[in-house]
Design a protein around this ligand. Structure first.
Ligand SMILES: O=C(O)c1ccccc1N[C@@H]1O[C@H](COP(=O)(O)O)[C@@H](O)[C@H]1O
Length: 203
């Protein structure tokens, strides 16, 4: 399973996620987030990781100029837009970085979101980073479009199986593997990867 561990603020958490087999780690630059990371810290962690972990920056309603500057300076590889960004912003950013666009679920997903100019979409609860969840069935209309869909929102080692049953492209967790915002919990990370690595999305 492709697993992204988001809200990384400490080198040791990033290295543990990498050692356990994370596909990606996320650095939150969204204003007001309890996991907001300093640019220098993100760059230091980014430079310390090996070549096979994707570095993702999470932004919320920040214009293309700011997003591109931070993504370049922090040595990121993918940009995740987690607010109400207009399609033109994604198009501008998409000239430089692959874009993941997050949508909050307050009911069944709108298949029309597949038209948004981003290669990959992410479905989250309406309270990003809170551990809040939603009826997982709500993701189905978008999963059926064939677009790459990342599922997020209150995923934990305990409820992982119901999420994997939907066969998303990847999953994304922040609070479900933490002991405090931005501080990952070793036991929860190990429990997650022990369960997550047995499932192969390609078959
Ligand atoms: O984690 C945050 O603080 C955050 C803030 C603003 C936008 C996105 C944020 N994180 C994203 O939230 C989901 C997962 O949250 P959780 O597992 O329910 O705690 C994930 O997509 C993060 O990238």
């Amino acid at each position: 399973m492709r697993i992204k561990i988001c809200g990384i603020t400490r080198l040791e958490d990033a290295l543990l996620a990498e050692a356990l087999g994370a596909f990606a780690v996320g650095f939150v630059f969204a204003p007001g987030s309890r996991r907001r990371v300093d640019l220098e810290v993100a760059r230091t962690i980014s430079e310390a990781l090996g070549p096979f972990v994707v570095r993702v920056g999470v932004f919320q309603n920040q214009g293309p100029e700011e997003v591109l500057r931070l993504a370049e300076q922090a040595r990121l590889q993918v940009v995740q837009l987690h607010g109400q960004e207009p399609p033109e912003w994604a198009e501008a950013i998409g000239k430089h970085f692959p874009v993941i666009k997050a949508f909050p679920l307050t009911g069944p997903a709108d298949p029309g979101w597949a038209q948004y100019p981003a290669g990959t979409l992410l479905l989250d609860s309406k309270a990003p980073g809170s551990g809040q969840t939603y009826p997982r069935d709500w993701a189905k209309p978008l999963l059926q479009t064939g677009k790459r869909i990342i599922l997020a929102g209150g995923i934990t080692p305990e409820n992982l199986e119901e999420v994997l049953a939907l066969r998303p492209y990847a999953i994304d967790l922040a609070s479900g593997v933490e002991r405090a915002p931005g501080i990952k919990d070793e036991a929860k990370l190990k429990a997650l990867f022990a369960k997550g690595r047995i499932w192969n999305p390609g078959v």
